[in-house]
Design a protein around this ligand. Structure first.
Ligand SMILES: [Fe+2]
Ligand SMILES: [Fe+2]
Length: 271
């Protein structure tokens, strides 16, 4: 049985110290084997924010896989932003822009959906190019028998309350979903909107599990308290995904979903 924590939107520079400390403690004691962070490691892409993040992850001493978010390229230093947008993320924090990681029980493919500039005035929006989508299938070439996990920062589904969360959805999200189902991805981990959601996404005869994580420790709340998700492999064809929510000075499990794999992908089953 393997357990992977899905964190997102830590926003070093705007973190809650009590939440940071509590999260480090619970990750160390909860049997977590690996951590996926779906972007927005920092608030403004400042050097000291990346350094603080790097220190926190180093102290955790765990297997960490990270993709960048729209806040992880310099917000105030426009020369850096345009000339070398991911240099601080790679050099100071030590993260790869698009990591592919293979472990005994899973293969992880990370994509960078954040951009240094966008055609609209809203640079927070994201994109995945055809080249990036084509790389997804190749990443799982040797994944037979192992869980296929894919992560990028921006969401592929909107939220019922619309507004800015609606604009945040990746352009051509249906094409992205088709690519993920073609590659028989099992779990997709996204962030950005600071709202948690766990559901099944069905497209073209395959369904994958979507783990949308809230903000784990930042003070930038959008209508709900900080949270993170935990993925538990309960067997070859069984998974559990839970959301752990901040409240009363600690994180506690709020809700858990169980899933089983069929020939057509993952289906939610009652607990
Ligand atoms: Fe964020
Ligand atoms: Fe974001």
């Amino acid at each position: 049985m393997s357990r992977i924590a899905h964190l997102s939107d830590l926003h070093f520079g705007s973190t809650d110290p009590a939440q940071l400390e509590a999260l480090a403690g619970i990750l160390a004691s909860d049997g977590i084997e690996a951590i996926v962070v779906s972007g927005d490691i920092t608030q403004s892409g400042r050097k000291h924010e990346f350094a603080d993040a790097a220190r926190w992850f180093e102290a955790l001493d765990m297997d960490v896989m990270v993709v960048p978010g729209n806040h992880d390229t310099p917000v105030y230093n426009l020369a850096s932003r345009f000339l070398k947008p991911w240099s601080r993320y790679e050099r100071i924090a030590g993260f790869a822009e698009e990591p592919i990681e293979e472990r005994d029980s899973f293969v992880f493919a990370g994509l960078n959906s954040a951009r240094r500039i966008r055609p609209s005035l809203d640079w927070s929006t994201g994109k995945l190019s055809r080249r990036q989508l084509d790389a997804i299938g190749a990443a799982y070439a040797e994944a037979e028998g192992r869980l296929r996990i894919c992560s990028f920062h921006h969401p592929i589904l909107g939220f019922e309350d619309g507004g800015s969360a609606g604009r945040a959805v990746l352009p051509k999200a249906d094409e992205v979903m088709r690519t993920l189902t073609d590659a028989k991805v099992d779990v997709v981990m996204t962030g950005h909107v600071h709202k948690a959601r766990i559901t099944v996404v069905e497209e073209d005869g395959w369904s994958f599990i979507l783990s949308q994580a809230g903000t784990a420790v930042s003070t930038r709340l959008r209508g709900e308290a900080a949270s993170y998700n935990v993925l538990t492999q309960e067997g070859e064809d069984r998974l559990r995904l839970s959301t752990h929510r901040w409240g009363e000075g600690g994180f506690a499990k709020e809700v858990a979903h169980r899933f089983e794999r069929t020939k057509a992908g993952w289906q939610e089953v009652s607990s």
